[in-house]
Design a protein around this ligand. Structure first.
Ligand code: FAD
Length: 466
């Protein structure tokens, strides 16, 4: 890929006008480092187009001059996909954030790609509708970002990943053409479903400029409960029991170990332990059910010996406080030194044995290591995060990142699992993906990339190299 010439950069600046670009280091800085501080990037130019036609003009110039582009939304991605490595221009969608339309009868919303997810959720809520994708980063993560990473989050169990929310997309292709695919149709069997290519493509196949997303009726009444359980095996049985008893109304089912709760209690300011004694594991559960059914649901779980104890939120504030015990865990883990992360999935039924095996393996390899496996148990998705041994040098521990990945990912593969359940590949897992996907899969992915982006100008070096 070419280092952009001064003439190319001038043409790009002209395409967006004075409000649409910057090369000042103070403007670039927040765009060049990601949430975990793992990737520090560089770019000759930050572009902030105002609309789809400006995005298309930028991409046409980049195609002509063979200039690489990294699209960026809210910069909350966790695998470095949104961080440019040097010669790429950075295209931020931050000025494109309007709600284009909300069709109540069709239960669909059409939103610009740079709109933060929370703003779109609030627009839906104002019409008593639910935009189902929900993540701890929703205040900053954008519609284009959640589509491009096929984000998961806490509502996947009931509503599915972002892919299942997308009805249509508008995308600027690598040659600068605009694909106007913003349909609100729920049925359309006219050949290949092209939007699927761009969902989870991490900006390597096109720049998403708008999306039409499904909406649902808002649950009339929801129970938020924080439960103490004896083991992950009990948690899996509890999930089955509550799903059946509630008629499949469980939207959130998150697990965390005692060590994780302790991190939140220690560093989380006002956070309080909901129970008077400690328990080995906890589940945060949300179920759409009427007030009168709540006690019955929990009673049946207690009688089946699946619960040690449980607290049901009696107000919205209490529900928020219980949710925060799970949501703040990643942030609080930072106070315990460095950590090596894994975002993996295995079949739900295999979670208990996977956790046992992986925990024993990392503890043998690195005595004193503090595993904090937590996450979306209902989807089989565990964030198998490893905090450094107390007192160990941070960098010495991080130097073992690949060794720990190998141990954990090989066990995941043996269970037929995935090495990236929801965060994607980005620059972090390119090599790792080559190890675990078959040659046939990699060749199909390369073929798609080459067909849509033969010049390899969109997010090169991320996800797949041609
Ligand atoms: C505290 C925290 C909690 C999180 N929780 C979850 C979680 O529960 N589940 C989950 O799945 N993720 C989670 N994430 C990860 C992250 O929030 C999601 O991946 C999110 O979807 C990224 O959105 P973004 O707008 O910030 O995208 P960015 O970080 O800006 O970009 C992510 C990727 O998408 C590409 N991209 C962005 N916008 C576009 C566009 N318009 N067109 C084409 N490509 C584009 C980028 O090039 C990059 O490859 C979490 C992150 C944090 C910091």
């Amino acid at each position: 890929m070419n280092k952009p010439s001064p003439q190319s950069l001038d043409r790009l600046r002209a395409a967006v006008g004075p409000k649409g670009w910057s090369d000042a280091s103070e403007d670039l800085a927040p765009h060049l480092v990601e949430w975990r501080g793992r990737y520090q990037g560089a770019t000759p130019l930050l572009l902030k187009p105002a609309d789809t036609s400006e995005v298309a003009a930028i991409v046409r110039i980049c195609a002509e001059t063979q200039t690489a582009i990294v699209p960026q939304g809210g910069n909350t991605g966790l695998v470095g996909g949104q961080i440019p490595c040097g010669d790429e221009i950075l295209l931020s969608l931050e000025r494109m954030k309007s709600i284009r339309a909300l069709d109540q009868a069709n239960a669909a919303i059409t939103v610009d790609a740079g709109c933060p997810l929370k703003i779109a959720q609030d627009a839906a809520a104002a019409e008593n509708l639910l935009l189902a994708t929900s993540l701890a980063s929703e205040g900053s993560a954008t519609i284009g970002g959640i589509v491009s990473t096929n984000a998961g989050g806490t509502n996947v169990l009931r509503y599915g990943m972002t892919r299942e929310q997308v009805l249509g997309l508008e995308v600027v292709l690598p040659n600068g053409d605009i694909w106007e695919g913003l349909t609100g149709l729920r049925k359309d069997n006219t050949g290949y479903d092209l939007k699927q290519l761009f969902i989870g493509a991490e900006g390597t196949l096109g720049i998403v400029t708008a999306a039409t997303l499904k909406l649902f009726p808002r649950p009339q009444s929801q129970m938020t409960a924080f439960c103490a359980v004896a083991s992950p095996a009990k948690a899996v049985s509890l999930l089955g029991q509550i799903r059946t008893a509630s008629g499949n109304q469980v939207s959130t089912f998150e697990i965390l170990p005692r060590r994780g709760l302790e991190f939140v209690l220690k560093h989380g300011g006002t956070a309080k332990d909901p129970f008077s004694q400690s328990h080995p594991w906890y589940v945060l559960m949300e179920v759409d059910c009427a007030l009168r059914d709540r006690d019955e649901l929990m009673k049946s779980a207690l009688e089946a010996d699946l619960l040690e104890d449980a607290v049901i939120a009696a107000s919205l504030d209490q529900a928020q406080a219980l949710r925060a015990l799970r949501e703040r865990l990643s942030e609080m883990q930072k106070h315990e030194g460095s950590s090596i992360k894994h975002d993996v999935s295995v079949p739900v039924s295999a979670i208990p044995t996977f956790l046992e095996e992986a925990t024993a393996a990392v503890e043998t390899a690195c005595p004193g290591i503090r595993p904090v496996p937590f996450g979306h148990l209902g989807d089989g998705n565990i964030h198998f995060n490893l905090s450094q041994p107390t007192g160990m040098d941070k960098d010495l521990f991080l130097a073992r990142w690949e060794e720990m990945n190998r141990i954990v990912h090989d066990i995941v593969a043996a269970y037929g699992g995935s090495i990236s359940a929801e965060h994607g590949i980005g620059q972090m897992k390119c090599e790792e993906m080559l190890r675990y996907k078959s040659v046939t899969e990699i060749e199909m992915m390369k073929g798609i990339k080459h067909t849509l982006d033969p010049l390899n100008i969109l997010n090169p070096g991320k996800l797949i190299t041609p």
